[in-house]
Design a protein around this ligand. Structure first.
Ligand SMILES: *Cc1c(COP(=O)(O)O)cnc(C)c1O
Length: 383
């Protein structure tokens, strides 16, 4: 059980299952706390097996997984990357590092995901990559997106930071495009403090990815006994996390199903409790399209407009409940102007982002806290 530090209902409490300290202790006793120790290997193998992924490598963050994916696509200055504007800065900044230009595409109002029907018109002779974000762990329309990518010979990177344990038509998110990126930040469903993973879906990128992650060396090959000594072979960085962090994550992966069930239960309870408000068209609730299985990464509601949202957040705060909004659309942020352009008209991105508010949902959130969130929300909208 999580300890309460105050009488607030927090928006997020990092997951803790009970075995984290024991595994971290083991890592220390093994005299192996740097990267690619036993726990890192266990986590990589677990994810590969559970998600039928060709190759998985833990990284220091979801952001660094995205950076690796951008580098593996061989992006060069002037190349263009298509992505939604309604996302976290990491999705964009990973590509900016390669000198690529960002081309933002509008979202669908129902899932808040990139609108698959607006991608094709954003493609130019310079387009190299489509980067999709599976918002709230609900999949983008991947059949259509992969079809477009094949037609124009583009890479697809899945920002599945929020989509660990979600699937689209039976395939785990992150395993559908060329590369998938997970986050294990403390705000995500499974955590190692700061951390993430890259999923590599084609075997021909495995070696390059290992080199990138290990400071440009072929150390991974050396450890497998495939080369006599290791060498600096290409450019790279340090994208491998400490085994101490992996030990923390391992405790959660071992009970990943239970964590998922627990979150889904809360999610469903919220949804049922707010159904009437939604039926009366006072709020809108998340939509999960056919074929998508989600992981209850978040529960959001959509108010009428910005004013109502701010009033709701304020009302909840006065009742010791912390609700948050996020993502000022990237195309309207200072760096967005500098590094990108919005293709077509912004029909939904700004409008929908201003209405959305996230309510407390985390592993093992107290039943009575859930009740309070529900009661206070109903009270607000009754007024
Ligand atoms: C959390 C998140 C990231 C970044 O992950 P970090 O592990 O914090 O670097 C990237 N994209 C999306 C959509 C996210 O939610």
């Amino acid at each position: 059980m999580q300890m309460k530090k105050d009488n607030m209902i927090h928006f997020n409490v990092p997951p803790f299952t009970g075995n984290e300290f024991q595994y971290m202790h083991e890592a220390v006793n093994n005299h192996k706390i740097c990267g690619d120790g036993e726990f890192t290997k266990k986590c990589n193998a677990w994810i590969e097996e559970r998600f039928h992924a060709q190759k998985v490598l833990l990284t220091t963050s979801g952001t660094s997984a995205l950076e690796m994916a951008a580098l593996l696509c061989g992006l060069e200055p002037g190349d263009e990357v298509i992505l939604p504007s309604y996302t976290f800065s990491s999705t964009a900044t990973a590509f900016v590092l390669t000198g690529a230009k960002l081309v933002f595409v509008d979202i669908r109002p129902d899932t808040m995901n990139i609108d698959e029907n607006k991608i094709e018109q954003a493609i130019t002779s310079k387009t190299k990559v489509i980067c999709v974000v599976h918002y709230a762990g609900v999949s983008c329309e991947m059949d259509k997106i992969m079809e477009i990518a094949h037609k124009y010979n583009l890479f697809v990177i899945e920002d599945a930071a929020q989509g660990v344990m979600s699937s689209y038509k039976g395939k785990a998110l992150g395993t559908i495009g060329d590369f998938g990126c997970y986050s294990f930040h403390e705000t995500k469903n499974y955590s190692m403090g700061e951390g993430g993973a890259i999923v590599i879906n084609h075997v021909e990128y495995n070696e390059k990815a290992e080199v990138l992650r290990e400071k440009g060396t072929n150390r991974a090959k050396f450890f497998r006994g495939q080369v006599a000594k290791y060498n600096w072979v290409d450019y790279g960085s340090s994208y491998l996390p400490s085994d101490l962090n992996a030990a923390y994550l391992w405790a959660q992966l071992q009970i990943a199903e239970a964590i998922n069930e627990n979150r889904l239960k809360t999610w469903k309870r919220y949804r049922e409790s707010f159904k009437e408000l939604s039926d009366k068209r006072m709020i809108e609730l998340p939509v999960v399209p056919y074929g998508c299985i989600h992981n209850a990464h978040m529960f959001y509601i959509k108010c009428k407009n910005l004013n109502e949202r701010q009033a709701y957040i304020q009302f909840m705060k006065e009742n010791n409940i912390l609700c948050v909004f996020h993502y000022v659309p990237l195309h309207s942020a200072p760096a967005g102007y500098k590094f990108g352009r919005f293709n077509g008209s912004d029909q939904f991105t700004t409008q929908e982002s201003e209405r959305l508010v996230r309510i407390p949902l985390y592993y093992n959130i107290d039943k009575y806290d859930q009740e309070l969130v529900i009661d206070k929300t109903l009270e607000f909208f009754a007024k």
